[in-house]
Ligand binder design. Sequence first.
Ligand code: C5P
Length: 297
Amino acid sequence: MSVTVRVPAKVNVQLAVGAVRPDGFHDLANVFLAVGLYDEVTVTPADELRITCEGPDAASVPLDRTNLAARAAIALAGRRGIEPAVHIHIAKDIPVAGGMAGGSADGAGALVACDALWRTGASLPELLDICAELGSDVPFSLVGGAALGLGRGERLTPLDIGGAFHWVFAMAERGLSTPAVFREFDRLAEGRDIPEPVASPDLLDALAKGDPDALAATLSNDLQPAALSLYPELAATLAAGHAAGALATLVSGSGPTTAFLTRDPESATKVAEALLTSGTCRTVRVASGPAPGALVV
Ligand code: C5P
């Protein structure tokens, strides 16, 4: 018997970053939107914990206990006093180290899958608690949809969304490490006063109305200058998407995936084709959001 869970990628439509805290994390106002690019996590009883992965980026996925999917299984088993004896297989479609919460998705997916397989009957608050221990973005991967994340990004409030938003994502040649991007943010911010991060009321209003033009006018990512500083070639990708008619362009989370908001699926296809022929990225994907969170399939 095995259980498979499908779990979405995310884009941050607003990422407001505050000053570094004593614990090394940053307070955020993080507006997450789940989008229809998915990993599938399958768990099957086994003699001991092991992980396998398939997909275009599979070679760069760690297959040891540092993998968030393994850590999720260990955390849940630990709370129940059982052995995490499962084979976890990840069918990976979300880019690795891309700023789209692919690792977080696998953590949330493995947690939901193990809960179902072991019939541990964990409540949603307990699952979210384990997710928050695993990483700042993992709780959102579990719930999906759209949400405002405060604190490290783990304290979630669901948001109303008035319609689907259509995106193109351009995957970069190499990855970026999230801690390195936050360190670069700190370096660039040195000597400046950093305001408290707050969600933009205009952006929340644009989401509630499902209005892509209004969303385009309010998208923001405070990590974008840091990501561009570490990966200057991304500027050419953003420019190519802009020239192709995207309503707005943005680095996704800590990058280096770039995100292009478009008015409808037809313009998304057009922007995707232009980005692909621009030679400024490794590959492109079209996806819309909001998408549901982690679900057993
Ligand atoms: O929580 P997570 O393990 O995903 O965070 C990875 C790294 O990103 C942290 O170690 C930290 O360097 C940085 N981070 C941060 N502030 C946040 C979230 C992440 O500085 N709110």
